[in-house]
Every structure is written in C-alpha cells, then in structure tokens.
Design a protein around this ligand. Structure first.
Ligand SMILES: [Zn+2]
Length: 99
C-alpha cells in the first residue's frame, strides 16, 4: 500500500483506489491533505499494465482459445489489474519527471 511521504500514514486500498481515478497527477493525502504524486517508477509500472490485454488476445489467437474463454480471461485480468494497482502505488512529495 502507498505511504504518504509527508505524514507517513499508509493509505488504505479503498483510498488509493479512489485516488487512481483522479485525472490530476496530484493526489491529496486523506490524512494530511498534502499533495502526493506517483513516483516515476510506479507510473512506468502502471503504464505497462494495459499491454496485458493485447497480449492475452495474441495468446488466444496463437493457441486457438475460444472467444468466450478469451473474454473471461480479459475480465479476470482487468479485475486483477484494478485490484492490484493500489498495492503498486508509490508516493512522492514532488512530481518527478518521467524520464
Ligand atoms: Zn499525508
């Protein structure tokens, strides 16, 4: 779970999950209201997750997996990503450059 770099309190899964959907790069800490940003490392990791979907589709073509199963796999992967994203979050007090 992500820990606030300002007050050191750990965000709950639910709090982190809600913060993921803010369009702004800054996420306010629910405890101290200081703005927190995702670290470059965490952002890069998150940007790789959407590539899992085309990978599954490619596998289903290669191994001739029926579309209904492929759809099920995509759904499971989607839920998996949603569930695990908050766990992979890492916070920083400042917005780090991407590269
Ligand atoms: Zn805080």
């Amino acid at each position: 779970m992500p820990t606030c770099r300002n007050c050191g309190k750990e965000w709950s899964w639910k709090q982190s999950f809600k913060k993921m959907f803010t369009l702004d790069t800054a996420m306010e800490c629910p405890y101290c209201d200081r703005k927190q940003y995702l670290t470059t490392k965490a952002r890069k990791r998150n940007s790789l997750l959407p590539f899992l979907a085309p990978l599954i589709m490619l596998l289903s073509i290669l191994f001739d997996i029926p579309p209904s199963i492929t759809l099920g796999m995509l759904l499971v992967t989607f839920l998996f990503i949603m569930g695990f994203s908050p766990l992979l979050m890492e916070l920083s007090n400042e917005e780090e450059p991407l590269w």
